[in-house]
Write a protein that binds this ligand. Structure first.
Ligand code: SF4
Ligand code: SF4
Ligand code: SF4
Length: 468
């Protein structure tokens, strides 16, 4: 039996002062020095930690915002001297999609490789736009999957990338069907190209080593193949070169890699044929941009016999590109997935979905919607303490000082993050009674869609919800 998939991790502490959410404002001048001051009762011991923090403070812009927001001290102070504030720097992180909470939880996972615990209490509405309108059904936990969470049984997160035959043919001598090449990775996640608008630090050496350590793949620009070849020490099995329009890869590189990606275009079939002529064992993926015509084009490509793998990409926030009323990634995955089922082609094609995958639950939900695996880009950057600010350009200061990171820190944080995502996928699958991520694909019976429930419940009374 092969070894269980396991990612080696170790804690990697942040280089910069933590940017927490809550801080306590303390009006000491009216304090009556109570015998049992509420500060001593903080279960997280934040007041003593704050005193220690201030003693060793090296930067004036780094105030202590590490309170857990339980409100105990605020409510119990006998003179009502304490009040809680939200850190303005925290509120300025990210954007409307990549919220400060997503960034903070990603930082924590990249530091510890542990599953974040959000605690009890009401945290706001139970549904929202995008993936927040999907609830996974966690009621199916059974003994083998519960044991899978704790490592006594095995929950497989491995996926196959490539074309699978629609049926198998046998004769007296055995299998007659010729099996197309497949690439198996142990996690339904690949690392995508670094986005052009967040190109300040050169992450190529870090993502290359992270992909190797976590046994996943990283998509790289084919025009940089020599740099990647150097970073990978000549072992390119974890690199997927993206061959854009007019770009080429040397033949010896095409023979070394397992998977390449080509951009879509009218001559895509000829380009794939030319690549396969050099290396027939290569799996070729076509990247389809999810603009107004993206879903139709993805389904059209899947009907041809030359395309093995489709990589559909929304924008960084998971939205359809270049349309006035964009749909979200989950709707587009469902459209492509169901169209492929209707045409009888779904099981033959591998579908990779990317754009807006910000949390491990998004990975599980995208797979439930019909993707085989997902591609991510920004979460790995955020794992390096990036703020996702909108001034990421050479010559401008980087608040996270990402130009100065060393490889051990960068690879360690990225590896921790992928390990934490893997553990959370196992938790979700365990709670659903699933032991195999391949079976989760398109299993919408394992979740509920808010829009659908609302329509069924209130639609008869009030009609369809009107979106602004
Ligand atoms: S409980 Fe409030 S008033 Fe009393 S010592 Fe603590 S801070 Fe001061
Ligand atoms: S609000 Fe809670 S966690 Fe924060 S300092 Fe007060 S007691 Fe501690
Ligand atoms: S912190 Fe800002 S400037 Fe630095 S890498 Fe991240 S987005 Fe770019």
């Amino acid at each position: 039996m092969p070894d269980k998939y396991h990612i080696q991790t170790r804690p990697v502490t942040p280089r910069r002062p933590r940017i927490g959410k809550f801080g306590i404002v303390d009006w000491r001048e009216d304090c009556c020095r109570c015998h049992h001051c509420v500060k001593n009762a903080c279960v997280y011991d934040r007041y003593r930690q704050e005193a220690e923090y201030i003693r060793h403070l090296r930067r004036v812009d780094a105030l202590f915002f590490d309170c857990m927001g339980c409100f105990c001290c605020v409510q119990e102070c006998t003179k009502g001297l304490l009040c809680m504030g939200i850190n303005p720097v925290y509120e300025g992180l990210g954007n409307c999609y990549w919220t400060p909470d997503i960034i903070r939880t990603t930082w924590a996972q990249a530091e510890t490789a542990k599953i974040p615990v959000s605690g009890a209490g009401y945290r706001g509405p139970f549904s929202g736009p995008g993936f927040d309108g999907m609830w996974t059904d966690m009621s199916e936990i059974v003994r083998p999957t519960r044991d899978g969470i704790h490592g006594r049984e095995y929950i497989s997160t491995a996926v196959d990338i490539g074309r699978k035959p629609g049926f198998l043919g046998f004769d007296q001598t055995g299998l007659k069907t010729s099996m197309p090449p497949l690439v198996m990775i142990q996690m339904p996640l690949i690392i995508d190209l670094q986005p052009a608008q967040f190109s300040l630090p050169d992450l190529r050496p870090l993502t290359c080593e992270t992909a190797r350590r976590t046994d996943t793949l990283v998509v790289a620009d084919a025009t940089d193949w020599a740099v990647w070849n150097e970073n990978a020490g000549g072992r390119l099995t974890h690199v997927v070169f993206h061959i854009g329009d007019g770009a080429t890869l040397p033949e010896h590189v095409l023979r070394e890699v397992r998977l390449v990606e080509v951009s879509d275009g009218p001559d895509v079939a000829e380009r794939i044929a030319a690549i396969k002529k050099v290396n027939p064992d290569l799996v070729v993926c076509v990247r389809v941009v999810l603009d107004g015509d993206g879903c139709r084009r993805a389904v059209e490509l899947a009907q041809t016999d030359v395309v093995d793998v489709l990589h559909i990409r929304a924008d960084l926030n998971g939205n359809e590109i270049g349309v006035e009323r964009p749909r979200f990634l989950k709707e587009m995955i469902r459209e492509v997935h169901t169209a492929l089922i209707d045409s009888g082609r779904r099981d033959e094609i591998t579908l990779i979905a990317g754009g807006g995958i910000a949390l491990p639950e998004h990975m599980a939900k995208a797979i439930i919607c019909g993707a085989d695996l997902v591609s991510v880009e920004l979460p790995l950057m955020v794992g390096l303490e990036c703020h996702l600010c909108d001034s990421c350009r050479p010559g401008l200061p980087c608040p996270a000082e990402l130009e100065e990171i060393d490889p051990a820190y960068g690879v360690g944080r990225m590896t921790n993050l992928i390990a934490a995502w893997h553990d959370q996928l196992i938790e979700v699958m365990g709670a659903m009674g699933m032991r195999e991520v391949r079976r989760l694909r398109g299993d919408v019976g394992r979740c509920m869609f808010f829009e659908q429930l609302e329509e069924e419940t209130f639609g008869k009374l009030f009609g369809r919800r009107k979106n602004a």
